[in-house]
Each structure stands twice: as structure tokens, then as C-alpha cells.
Write a protein that binds this ligand. Sequence first.
Ligand code: FA5
Length: 369
Amino acid sequence: MSAPNKSYDPVEVSALQPEELDRARDEALAAIASAADLDALKRARLAHAGDRSPLALANREIGALPPQARAEAGKRIGAARGAVGQALKARQAELEEERDQRVLVEEAVDVTLPWERGARGARHPLTTIRERMADVFVSMGFEVSEGPEVEAEWFNFDALNFKPDHPARTMQDTFFVGSEDTGLVLRTHTSPLQIRSLLTKPLPVYVVAPGRTYRTDELDATHSPVFHQLEGLVVDEGITMADLRGGIDAFVNGMFGEGLTTRMRPSYFPFTEPSAEVDMRCFVCRGASAEPGGEPCRTCSSEGWIELGGCGMVNPRVLVACGIDPDRYSGWAFGLGIDRTLMFRHGAEDMHDMMEGDVRFTLPFGMEI
Ligand code: FA5
């Protein structure tokens, strides 16, 4: 700002000359009127009403005028700036109104349009049944345990008392990772979790281990090279076959309904002694289809029983391999196929359906989370 100068005539200060002021005001009004949108108006505001606009600069010159000239100059500038301010306000309101109208039209939502046109995903029934099965064990106080799918042969076979010449240890049955010399396999069952649990957890051990398993089986209606098993393991003091029976019965009742009995048939597994195959009463016909004159049952093929899996008392050799005193501790183990369980529980007839990911198979299972 210039210093006050008593000899100044306001009209001689060029910025304050009436025609200059009128021109600045008219230019401002024209720019405001022609601003087509709020952005353009912002630019016009900056150029014609901002700190560096001609009218603002002229306003600053008032201070340099002699006192007697200031009032008159101030009045003229005030009038010009007032007119510009009014015009800005009015145009702002107009443009905002226009914008609001446009938004209402452009961003309108048609609430009558159908929604949820994209299909919603759901978890695979194998996943949900696996969790449900493990939950039954969890409700009995078991802990869920997981292990690697690429497993050391020692965990998959040796520690489980498979002899070196056991047929399961050949490429005909087992996927080796690399050559047979690597000592690494894709686990053929969830039983290595018995060893991993016994080596890492303090006794007593109550674990359930669901997981993916691999065998060199051809894919057919009841086999897949990739399938799922669930393992149950108990090692504690004073565990007997009665506990094995009770544990499996409790699982069957929790999973398939109350009042279903089980039966055991002698079998062999290197890691359990004695070993058994366990069957459960058919949860559909409850054995009636096997009675003379009974209605045929698709679920159990009219056998009255459904094969569930393998089980037995933990072989003392396994306990020793894990550094556990077999004179003090004993245990039971149980393993079943999850895919086969899904098949008989839901009447799925072909293993392919479980592998192919066709939603026509999975949709009827709904949105189980
Ligand atoms: C075992 O794998 C034992 N580890 C089970 C066990 C655990 C016994 C603990 C004793 C104590 P097995 O080979 O029978 O057992 O397999 C168990 C289940 O896996 C079978 O009953 C079947 O339901 C399922 N299964 C086996 N091979 C396949 C396959 N290729 N496709 C789908 N399911 C399979």
C-alpha cells in the first residue's frame, strides 16, 4: 500500500478512475454471468473478487488518498465490490440448484430394479461337513490339530509301525515327492497327526485332525486321488476299548442323530492293536431294510449298516516311537473318509460330483457358513 499523499486527486489514481472501476465491475459481472458451472464460477471469483483482483487492488489504493478523498473513493469501490459480491452469490445459488437437479436425475436409483443378480458364493459342502464333524469332537473336549500335506515318510509310515516292505510304501499306492529317495510323500492318511500330536503336545492328548490326503487311486465313483480324512486320537492313563466304543458312539450320535448303535469287525492297521472296522446303524432305515420284508434302503444298500472307518487301540510301538511309556499310557485312534461320509449322509452317488465344482451339485447344500 502506498503512503497517504495529501496532494492526490482520487480520480488521478488510475485504479480508482470511475471508468476503470466500471470496467473492472462489468468484466467481473460478465465473467460471473457466463460461468457455466461451479468450477468456472470459482475461477471467476478468484479473478474478480480475489485478493489480487482489480477491485481488491483498487481498494488498497484508498489508503494512499488524502483523508478527504477516501470516503468518496470508498463509496465507489464499495458499490462496485458489492455488485460483484451480489452477482457471485446469486450465480452460486443458481449453479448449485442446477447441480442438485442434475444429480437427482443422473444419480437416481431405480428401487424397482431386481437386485442380487450375481449368484452368491457358498462354502463347499466338504468344508462344512468337515467342520461339523470336527465340532462334534470339539464338543467332547478334543483339540483340532493340523499338519503338512507334504509329509516325511517317517511320520506317514515308520513311526506308525509300517514295516519297510509294506505295500503302501510303494509308488503304486503313494505319491512320492520327487523320487522314492527323498523321504517325502503326499500324506496317504491323517494318521501322521497321531505322531505329530504325541511328539508336540503334553499328555493327555485328545485331538481331532481333519485334512486332505492323497493316494494313487484312479478317480471313480467311490475313489479319488485327493480325498479327505478325519482322525481322532486319545492317549491318556487307563484308556480301554470301552472308551473307543464310547467315543465313536458319541461321535455318531452327535453327527447322525441319537440312538444309533455301532459295531466293530476285526481288521488290521499297523498302528493300532487290536484294530477294527467300525460300522454304524443306517440313519435312514435304522436296520429295517435288512429285516425280512423290509423296504429297500438306498443309503445302506439294504445292509442295515454303513461302513464308517477304521479304529483301534494305539499300538504300544507307536507310543514308544513317540517316547511315551506304554505301561502307563494307552489310547485309541479312529479315522474315516470325509468324502465318503458326505456321500452317504447326503445321498451323493459319485465322487466326481465332489471334485468338479459344479454348482448344480453344491447349490442344494445352500448357504451354510
Ligand atoms: C486309514 O487310512 C487309516 N489311517 C484309518 C485309521 C485311523 C485306522 C486310525 C485306525 C486308526 P483306510 O485306508 O481304510 O484307513 O482309509 C480310511 C477311509 O478313507 C476309508 O474308509 C475311506 O472312507 C477313505 N478313503 C480311502 N481311500 C480313499 C479314496 N481314494 N477316495 C476317497 N476316500 C478314500
